[in-house]
Design a protein around this ligand. Sequence first.
Ligand SMILES: [Zn+2]
Ligand SMILES: [Zn+2]
Length: 427
Amino acid sequence: MAPRSVILDRNFMNKYDRNLVASLAVAENEEQLINQDKRIIVKTCTYCKRMAPVTLRSCKLCKAARYCDEQCQRADYRTNHRRVCAEFVNPPRTRAFRTHLIGPEEYAHSPIFAQGDKDGLGVWISTGNKVGCEAQKLSKNLVPLKNGDPGYTARVNTILDQPKELHRASKQDLTTLHVCLQNRRKDGVPILVFGAGTQLVTYASSTRVALRGQVDSQDNITTFIRNGNELAAIGVVKDPWTQAPRVHVVHINGKSANLPPYPSVLKDPTEAIVALHPGDYAVMSLQFRTGDGKTITKDWQAFKLLDHVIIPFMKWDGTSRPETLASSLPPAYTLPDISASKTLKAKYVVASFNQSAIWKHYWDAIKHGDDVFLRTHNGDVHAAMNSSMTRAQEALTEATLRLVDLPESERNEEWCDKMKSSLAGLL
Ligand SMILES: [Zn+2]
Ligand SMILES: [Zn+2]
């Protein structure tokens, strides 16, 4: 019996290709604006606002302020920067975590939704680096895979060999956090950050909604009682195929950390363990599952359920093996009270969500829907591109469903090959 064939609609794929070409042109224009902006930033004095012909030196600790000379730096430190730097007001300037507007932008690329600091470690939390506010599916790779990437074929094959898992994963929504961390310790001590140990903590009123449909083994959940309320600490979700946490260190000190050879301070890319020396900063993406994929399908719906983010770290002597230290890390919310854990080496930096910043960023989507949000935040081309992607995702889900229906013996090889090539960019 021939399988009921589901082939991604040709017309739609053509339209998708045209949108892709248009969006590349937009991206090129944006690239120019970013570079122009960078040239201005690195040459403008934070204190006297004069522009120099050369790149100015930056504050060693925050890398967010720049000065003509020691005089300007001293003057700014006395009047303003001492506080701004120590209170982690601004994240370091990096294109991987762009919190300021460039060119005609009305919305920041990485708006700050939560911020916190502890013992010289600062953290800023934003949304995943992406277009639109649709939650990401578990079936999609955290970092978009490209044909030709190492491991691409292997991953696509692994995924297609387990159609049931793929179907299940294509129904599960993830919240992606884009996180920037920086060491601003004045004593020179390096800090080890354990990205995969991050937890999201719910509001008492939203714990039940956040836990709907959760699978404990996969979703890494701890529930605990505080002030008589049940709260949930949701850990980083595991990839169903590799069992690895869905974490990805994107940039370190402004340089891409996507592929090997990794910078030496990235101690473990799979667990997102990074050693930050004073002034060093890292940007990472982390994924969590909140809700059941039916009631919580947008990023903003998930953010509304969350009170704070908690990230484990410790001072590092520079010699202990980071992997060993990571394995001794107690999950934050299995302890009766983290503030009582003075004897433990591990500390936790907490960043509370600023619901009004989240509301402000997603206002268009909440009031007028995704299309309006896409246009105001990303422009028409990206809006068209995104609706094509959504349709492609739907087609993929449908195709997977059919594949699941078929006994293995009846799977048509040609059909499977077509599926695999269609999967480029979708997984
Ligand atoms: Zn100056
Ligand atoms: Zn500074």
